[in-house]
Design a protein around this ligand. Structure first.
Ligand code: DAH
Length: 341
């Protein structure tokens, strides 16, 4: 029996020394010391021993129990320390490692100039209106007094959506004027920026999609002087106090009289250069006094009210603002170019 006890001690100590973790140690404790464990099983046989043998074996059994308990405790401390060390290592936070750089991007040059323009107009009391890009031809053409024969109505110029020509991708922001006047009575002061579409081949100054900023002011006693004053103030804010403008007579079906507005070339100050193609002036927008037919079509009495309107080309404004000489750069999404603004 003593031999059996010594074998048990040896087996238990080896197993405990090899135990990888606390879970295995608990299994071993149950296996050797538990109520149904191996040591208990041996002790249960002690009843059959002689009176001389019993204390000897009893002592030996106690010694085995003690050494197993000690081994369990010692190994327990080791695996606990290991586990703690591993956790500390795994959860280590090195505060000196550089952080992940946050990539927040930047505004597109068109957005920069649009935001500047919005700020200027809002500061002058204009509010911002929106209209659909897929527009009814009634709003984009008929209600703007654009005659049936106008070339803009041709399939070669306009992206029609409906076979019967009743719906198309708007070719200007001007229909927002009509939508706004239908829904609001004077006094009106709005701008409406947005995308417009025309069947143009892509080149340095054309794109089938571009942006305009429409403007509209309607009230009693509005004159061409208000139009000039407003546009001059805006352009001087955008391009500098010494910006010179030129108002040339022109024709638009929805304004009477109509004009085009040029700014003096900022590169050559009017002498003529590559940027202004020798003209000395750069065309920036169309404008005029809202046609009485357009006003009355929206339920506004042209005898009582008058208004001015204008349509700015946002790409042109952006190119002028930053000295960009090719419109394609604005749409190609080359980060080397866009990263400069
Ligand atoms: N819609 C015109 C265009 O795309 C620009 C324009 C001219 C708008 C005169 C206006 C205006 O509001 O009064 O060419």
């Amino acid at each position: 029996m003593k031999e059996t006890l010594e074998k048990l001690r040896a087996a238990a100590l080896t197993a405990i020394a090899d135990a990888p973790g606390a879970k295995r140690l608990e299994e071993l404790r149950v296996k050797y010391l538990g109520k149904k464990g191996e040591l208990t099983a041996i002790l249960k046989q002690m009843g059959g021993l002689s009176a001389e043998e019993r204390p000897v074996i009893g002592q030996a059994a106690n010694s085995v129990r003690e050494s197993i308990e000690q081994a369990l405790e010692a190994r327990g401390a080791v695996v606990e320390a290991d586990a703690l060390e591993r956790r500390l290592r795994d959860e280590e936070l090195d505060v000196t490692v550089p952080g992940t750089e946050a990539c927040i991007g930047r505004r597109h040059p068109i957005s920069i100039v649009l935001d500047e323009a919005k700020d200027i107009f809002v500061g002058m009391g204009f509010s911002i209106a929106e209209g659909p890009e897929v527009e009814l031809s009634v709003y984009d053409f008929d209600r703007l007094n654009i005659p049936q024969s106008h070339t803009v109505r041709e399939w070669s110029d306009t992206f029609y959506v409906a076979e019967d020509e009743s719906v198309h991708l708007r070719c200007q922001t001007s229909p927002v004027q009509v939508r706004y006047m239908e829904a609001h009575s004077p006094p009106i002061r709005i701008i409406s920026p947005g995308r417009v579409y025309r069947k143009d081949e892509i080149d340095a100054t054309h794109s089938p999609m571009f942006h305009q900023i429409e403007g509209l002011a309607v009230d009693r006693g509005i004159t061409m002087g208000d139009l000039k004053g407003t546009l001059n103030a805006v352009l001087q804010r955008l391009y500098g106090a010494d910006t010179k403008t030129r108002f040339r007579p022109h024709h638009f079906p929805f304004t009477e009289p109509s004009c085009e507005v040029d700014v003096q070339c900022f590169v050559c100050s009017g002498a003529g250069c590559r940027t202004c193609k020798g003209e000395g002036w750069i065309e920036l927008l169309g404008a005029g006094m809202v046609h009485p037919k357009v006003l009355s079509g929206c339920g506004i009495d042209p005898e009582e009210y008058s208004g001015f309107a204008f349509g700015l080309g946002l790409e042109r404004m952006t190119m002028l603002r930053f000295g960009i000489d090719d419109m394609r750069l604005l749409f190609e999404n080359d980060m080397r170019f866009l990263g400069q603004f």
